[in-house]
Every structure is written in C-alpha cells, then in structure tokens.
Design a protein around this ligand. Sequence first.
Ligand code: ADP
Ligand code: ZN
Ligand code: ZN
Length: 780
Amino acid sequence: MVPFGSGERIGFVVGLTAETTLRKVKAIRGVLDSHPSVTNKQMGLAFWMAEYYGTPLGIILRAMLPSFLSRVPKERVQLLDGSATELTSRQQRIVEFLEGKNGYSLDALRRKLGMGAIRSDLRSLVNNGVVKIKVEPPATPPVKTARIVKIHRWFEDLAELERLLGRAKRQFEAYQILASSGGNVELSHLVKQSGFSRGVVKELEKKGVVTIEEIEVDRDPFSDIPMSDKMKHTPTEDQATAIKTILELHKEGKGATALLHGVTGSGKTLVYVEVINKILEEGKGAIVLVPEISLTPQTVSRFRARFGDQVAVLHSALSEGERFDAWRQLKTGERSVAVGARSAVFAPVKNLGIIVVDEEHDATYKQNEAPRYQARDVAVVRAMREGAVCILGSATPSLESWHNREKGKFDYISLPDRVGGGSLPPVHTVDLRKELKNRKPGSGSSMVLSPVLKEAIGARIAKGEQTLLLLNRRGYSSFVQCLSCGGVENCTKCSISLTYHRNRGQMVCHHCGQSKKASAKCSSCSSSELSFKGVGTEQVERIVNETFPSIRVARMDVDTTSGKWSHQEILGRVERGEVDVLLGTQMISKGLDFPRVTLVGVINADVGMHLPDFRSSERTFQLLSQVAGRAGRGRLGGEVFIQTFLPEHYVLQSALKHDYIGFVRKEMSYRLNPTYPPLVRLINVVITSPDNECAADNIEMAIRFLAVASKRMSIADQVGVVGPAPCPIEKIQDRWRWHFLVRSASVSALNQLIGPLTKEFKTKGRDVRLIVDRDPSSLL
Ligand code: ADP
Ligand code: ZN
Ligand code: ZN
C-alpha cells in the first residue's frame, strides 16, 4: 500500500534497487502480503508481455493474478473536526454532505453528488486538513466452511441409546446413519440426502450424543462430476508415437513447442492425458487450456478420471472465492494440473512441465481488451522460458502455427485417422441457388431446411438418432428492411443494423446490447410492409418445430446460455438422449463427443464468409470442419449437409473433402498479395472518440508519429502502414472508430515501435482513446 496523490493505492513490488535518481521518495505505508504473489519466472513473463504488447506492467499483473488480489482498494472519505477555512462552493457541498456521517465511500460519494470528478476538490480538502481519505485493503474472500456432525458419545448398547432418546425415532435413525458412516457426516448431507430435519440433529446435540463442528473446505464445484471411463484406452500406434515424441521433447528440457495436428475424433485428449501422466510422475505440473465454451464437465471429467484431485479447474463462471481456492491449491503445489480457459495460461503451477493448448486455432485465446494477449503465444513463450513443452492441438491449426511448423520453429506430430478405424463423415453441399430457383411459392422455409436436409433429419428421428444444426447467427432476423422506403433499422449508438429477436419482441444491437421494442411499422415512414432478412437461430428453431412438431429441440446460443451453467445443462440433456435436434451458433461446434449424433446440418455456411476481415475464410473453414467433425463419432457413422450459395468456393470445396492442407495452400497464397499474417505481423492502431473528426485527426497524427519514429530508428524500410480508414464498424457505443495497420515481416521492428506508440504518442482533444492491438485477431 503506497501513498498516491490524495489517497493510497495497492502497488506491486517488482524489483529492488539500492539507489535512485528520484529526488523525493515516499515510504511504503503497509505490506499486504508477505509472500510474493508471483514467482520470478512469472515476473519475467510479465515483463516480456508488457514490452511485447505495449501494455503497462500493472495491467499485465492484474490479469495474471486472481481478481481479488488486485482489486482496487476502497477509499473512505472522513470529515475531520476543526473549522474549515475558505472553501470553494464545490468543496462546501462535499463537506456538507459528509457532515454527521461516519465516513463515506469515495465512489459512492462521487455518484451521490453527481458533480463529476471530485478528486482534485478532495485533494485540497485533504491538504487543508478538512477531510482525510482512508484506504481499506480489499478483504480476502471468506474461506468456505462446512458443518460436520460428529458422534460425541458412542453407544455399544443401543438399548441404552433408545432409553436416552425416548420415543424420538428419527434421532435414533440419524445416529445409526452417523455410526455406519464412521461417526462423521456433513450436516447438509444428513438434511438433503437422508431427509433429517435440522431439529433432529440439534436435539441429538443437546443430548450430548453428537457435536456440530465448522470445518474449512475447499470450494470445488467440479468435484461432483462423475468420473469418465473414456480415458482408459490403450493408445493406438499413432497415439503412441505422438506420446513418445512429446516425451522426448520434454526430456530435452530446453523448452519446445509441437503442433499436434489430429483430425476430429483422432483421440488427441488421450495423448494429452498420457503425456501429462508421465510428466506428473516426474513431480512436475501441467496446464491444459481449452476454449472457454469447451470447459464443460465432459471435458473436465476426462482429466479428473485420470488425475482425480490433482486437477484444479479455473473457470470464469466460478465465484471469486472458488477461483481463489483453485489458484491457491496450484500455488502451494497441493494440485498440479490446471485446466482452464485463456487466463489459465498464468496458472501458478509449480515446476511446470507441459502446457497443452487444445483447439489452438480458437479465436477466444485472444483477449480483446487490455491486456490484449494471445494465450496460445503466451503459452509458447512461457514454456520456452520454463523449459517446458507446449503442445498446440487442433484438427484445423491456425495459419500462424502452420507457418511456424513450416519454418521449423515448431515440431509437427500428426494423427491422420480417427481412432478405431472410423472414417470422417461424408460431406454433401446443398446449392441454395438451385433451391431458390425451384422453391414453390409460399414455402419460404425450404431455404432454411432444404428438402434433402429435411429428409435426412426425418430419417434420424425415425431411428432415434440425434442431429446438430449450425447457423452462426443468433436472433430471428439479422435485419429488418422497410419495403416502401428501403430503410433499415440501425442502432442509434453503433453503425450496424438491429437484429430482430422474436421471442423477446425486441430489436437488439449485437454490439452494445441496446434494445428497443420491435414495432410492426417502419420507424421513418410508418409503412407496415416490413421485410425480415437474414435467418437467425430463433427462426430455425421455429421452422424445425413446425416441420417436426413432435420432436424435442434445444437451442444453444448466447441468448439461451446466459445462466451460469445453462450451457452445461443443455449439453447434459443431449448426452442423456433427451434432445433430438440441437441447433445453435458456433457454440455447438466445439469438442462435443456424442456418439448418437449421426447428422450435422449447416443451415447457411456463408454467414461470416464476407466479413471485411482477412481471416474470414479461415474462420469459416475451421467452423465447418469442426462442426462436421461432430458427426459420426460413434459406431453408427454419420453424414454432413452444408447449405451454401457458394458451393464452388475453395472453403467449401476443402471442407467437403476434409482437406486441411489443400485449404492452407490456397489460403496462404491469398495472404501473399496483399501480405497478411502469418507472412507478416500486424499491429492494429485504433483511435476512438465521440467526435468523428477528432478521431480522424488523431489517427493522422498517429501515422505521422509512427513515420518519424521509424525514421529515427532507421527501420522505416521495414514497416508498412495500411490506412488510415474508418474501422469496418465505424461507430460502437457512440464512439467513432478509425484505424490503421502497421505491417512488418520483422518482429523486432514492431518490438521497437510499440513502446513509443503506447508511451510517447499523445492524443489531442477531449475523450480520445488509443488502442494498440498487437497480433490482432479481429479487425472489425
Ligand atoms: P479429438 O479431440 O481428437 O477430436 P477425442 O480425444 O475426443 O478426439 O477422442 C475421440 C473419441 O475416441 C473419444 O470418445 C475417446 O474416448 C476415444 N478414444 C481415444 N483414444 C482411443 C483409443 N486409443 N482407443 C479407443 N478409443 C479411443
Ligand atoms: Zn419505411
Ligand atoms: Zn449498438
């Protein structure tokens, strides 16, 4: 805790020095944690990230640590006794408000007074001895406890107990249950599972038969997950080779990365598990990263099955306390396998031996707010620094990883076949142009469920098998156009159209979340001739229900999975066979392994293909390959139908043949001219402001700044600039957005430029924000 302006702040001690060139140094007020929160190795990684991503070290450390360790302390403003001298009217208002109150939280005070920033007023008040600001360190999350009922007095002779308890039969039964479980049972278990009332237990306590004790327990919401027996297989020959190769890399101990390229259903998880098992035997630890959406009980149970209580799950849906427990268990070495999403790359695993990044191509490994790190890349760097191995697993590796493999930076391990001789499912395209031509009047739904797809679904239903339907667009219609004036209803704050959500009866902006009541009339000309364009998942759900009235349909998209575990709940129903058709957005494409899914249908493969982003083809290919890979994973086999207006497009052609390498060749050639990653590296520089002109002026200034800086460093010939231009989405939340791309084949040139750009460049004007996004994942 250090003095900072008029208040105090929590700081991190990141190094020590005997001398300083600073003239005035203040003393530290207090030390909150006597053990270092980060190890030296983590600190090293933090310094690297701060430099590479051009992000302040404090922001990096905050991302590395459990949120409560870096929570902003609460500041309380307290009125002191004594008379106030000449106060400004603003200061007067603050003092009046505080009178008669025993201190007030600074945040609440600012909100209550509603007079904008009050820090400078408070500073003068502090200097004049009128108020003081006290900083309260954030409280540690309370340790969770459980109440245990223990037998205090054992009875050899049950007749004696009966005499003591009289006619209280339930008390007698409770004793018997306790005795048969070793004299020790959790109170909640007695109440919930065995159905005893609390009163029964209290009576037993009163009579001195039992005691009730409070004990500390670790919160682990995944502990109830049944263990999976899926991980008991003998590795196939290919798997065995992969395991051996990885262990050899590990043995070298120099830090290495291998790309594990295995088709869907090739058994990558078993490879991870076997390798981790060996590495744990050497007393080392492991981190497994999975995409957020794949962090399901199904996934966790595969690791639990093998490693039991050594597994700590880091999940954003956990409470702060639960996450802290998992973190602490890893830090003390009590648990040695961390399983989690993006931020688990920072897990404080002791003596790290391996990091696995599953589905390494997944876009969610990139964080889209500061610090804007790419967890896959951080994993590679961390493994290097700690002499561990990093395994990047995917059926459709990112072009970046493929490129690194071709350059010899990564080792390459391939699992070309599905386990058990299963083949990849045949994929058929359905040409929507033909469907459009042949469609009978009044059968609009045939563009959603073409006759072939409809028939295929019907056949599965008849056999009691399951179908997945993918459409990567939520809502009912992606926009609503007036047929009389041509107007489209747009968000008032963002430059995109509103999506119609029929169930909620609302028009919703998918960028800022703003919504309004849907109206039957055009808002500009009041015509009631409105056309609903762009089918979304809600509409597919309705059409499926109308076409097959007696089946059970589940929809999985952002709108149906807002609850903490709702996503898991839906998957549970699918697993238990309580769902005939699961439809949804890309959420349903990841990692699911359901043997009864024998049909996958893609309602419209072209959604997302035309986004103004150089990765849109790659993303579409990955999505189609992933979702196709959900079909036919069991003995029943399976097939895939992809509906599209672009059947000849190379993305579709490659997906049809499960031809990853063919796709990569084509796609790589398109990245040559103009050059895009992985053939060059990018920094996306974005300026936003409520004032469009101001944003545009600042982006020009940033470009000039960059030109001067690169000349000064004599790297001008190594960097190119694309832009400036308005961002593809010009306005979000009432802020205009301009950007340019800095492009270079030289990592070191970008390393040199990012510092000055983030630290020295000064924006001009009110409320201008600068975003510097290195290795951007999305350019929208
Ligand atoms: P991937 O992640 O590569 O798509 P999974 O790891 O989900 O594949 O494995 C697919 C299925 O194959 C799982 O049901 C798994 O239990 C099974 N499996 C994996 N390895 C073997 C093996 N050696 N023998 C039999 N079944 C296996
Ligand atoms: Zn109109
Ligand atoms: Zn909006």
